[in-house]
Design a protein around this ligand. Structure first.
Ligand SMILES: [Ca+2]
Ligand SMILES: [Ca+2]
Length: 99
């Protein structure tokens, strides 16, 4: 009777370990998907050439804007690029829209 209890415990332990391993397997895969879009890239990450401004190409490459009109409306002073202030304001606007 006692040995059956041990056997049951071992089986449960094996199942827990297997489940843990399965979850660990999934972690790197999900972190490879930037489509998890809960967090926006920082200004520095989007400003690929580090000139202190985000062009439409850089914003598109980082997927921080879905369409030209998003970029245009974020470019508040209409100089064709996003400053850090404009970029931050755009992200805040995105968050407000819940998207
Ligand atoms: Ca740039
Ligand atoms: Ca601007």
């Amino acid at each position: 009777m006692k040995s059956m209890t041990i056997q049951a415990s071992l089986t449960a332990l094996t199942m827990i370990m297997a489940a843990g391993a399965g979850m660990a397997d999934q972690l790197p895969e999900s972190s490879m998907h930037p489509a998890a879009m809960t967090q926006h890239p920082s200004f520095d990450q989007v400003d690929i050439n580090k000139d202190g401004a985000i062009t439409k190409d850089e914003a598109g490459a980082a997927k921080v804007v879905q369409q030209d009109s998003d970029f245009t409306s974020a470019d508040q002073d209409k100089d064709g690029v996003l400053s850090k202030t404009e970029y931050d304001a755009m992200l805040k606007a995105h968050d407000r829209r819940g998207g």
